[in-house]
Ligand binder design. Structure first.
Ligand SMILES: [Fe+2]
Ligand SMILES: [Fe+2]
Length: 310
């Protein structure tokens, strides 16, 4: 047991509120600060874009790939934060006439997620001004949110904790030495991480609180629903990997053969699965909390499902 485990839950909600107040940032004044994206810079670090997996591309083409992935990063976050915010507002209902600090923590969480969606819309538009025409992101955030929220709260919170923890890993990756990385995009990782750190703590508190009210049968069904949600995320990633590979091939200024095209598609999918599935699923805090809530057999079911997404 580490030090943080010994802190009472009421105090953990309070600390989240205090930190949320202290780190609060503004999209224009703190993150963008009048800057624009520079086509000479990479947006995602190599450790996230998996630049090495794009074996047939030149250095300049790999930079273009990182810019496409940066735009998709903004769009994927805009997408997942729609259902995360709706679930947080729904959970806040449990605290209406209870711990008012917990209620404030969730209201701030929701407010921050609305701001993040606005930030990611701005980033998408700013990258759109810089890159060639033809980029597509045709997945509707509201349709996805309705489908996700059709699953049990346990399953949605499992997916949410996993997402909010991987933003921390993405931030750490962005501060690794990586020549040519956009300072503006690095700040997107930095400022997002500052508020997401509290969200991950709140996800865990709410997940464990909600879990305590479930029967073993309900939890067992919820484990299957979590697996279904991860498979649905993978479906979105497949669609976008194909769209981004097609956009790259149409815009890179040279003819790309069929074999190379399939390799580029596969590399995009590998990168997206790393960014949005495996980097969270392997996060030590995620595996720790998950293992406290589920049986060994349920853990094996999840591990077997994740193993099919390689
Ligand atoms: Fe966020
Ligand atoms: Fe968040």
């Amino acid at each position: 047991m580490n030090a943080i485990d010994k802190i009472p839950n009421s105090e953990r909600y309070e600390r989240c509120v205090e930190t949320s107040r202290r780190v609060r940032w503004d999209i224009d004044e703190d993150v963008i600060r009048g800057r624009r994206f520079d086509p000479e810079h990479k947006f995602l670090p190599d450790g996230l874009s998996l630049a090495e997996a794009f074996t047939t591309l030149s250095v300049e083409e790999k930079r273009f790939v990182s810019q496409i992935q940066g735009r998709t990063y903004a769009n994927i976050f805009g997408l997942v934060e729609r259902f995360i915010n709706a679930k947080v507002l729904e959970l806040s209902h449990d605290h209406w006439f209870g711990d008012q600090v917990a209620l404030e923590a969730l209201i701030r969480f929701s407010d921050e997620e609305l701001k993040h969606q606005a930030l990611f819309r701005r980033i998408d538009a700013m990258i759109g001004e810089m890159l060639p025409e033809g980029y597509r992101f045709d997945i509707d955030a509201n349709v996805v949110a309705h489908a996700v929220l059709g699953k049990s709260t346990w399953a949605v919170l499992a997916l949410t904790l996993h997402i909010e923890l991987f933003t921390q890993l993405h931030y750490r990756q962005s501060i690794e030495p990586d020549a040519g990385l956009s300072e503006l995009f690095k700040d997107v990782f930095l400022y997002h991480w500052k508020e997401e750190s509290q969200h991950a703590i709140l996800d865990e508190l709410e997940w464990v609180r909600h879990d305590a009210g479930l029967t073993p049968q309900q939890r067992d069904r919820a484990v299957d629903e979590f697996i279904e949600l991860v498979a649905a995320v993978d479906g979105i990633l497949r669609t976008q990997a194909n769209a981004d590979a097609a956009y790259f091939i149409a815009s890179c200024g040279r003819a790309v053969g069929e074999t190379d095209a399939r390799a580029i598609e596969a590399a995009f999918l590998k990168a997206y699965r790393w960014q949005y599935i495996h980097s969270g699923a392997q996060h030590p805090q995620f595996t720790k909390v998950l293992s406290l809530l589920i049986t060994e057999g349920q853990g094996q079911r999840i591990a077997a499902a994740l193993a099919t997404l390689q």
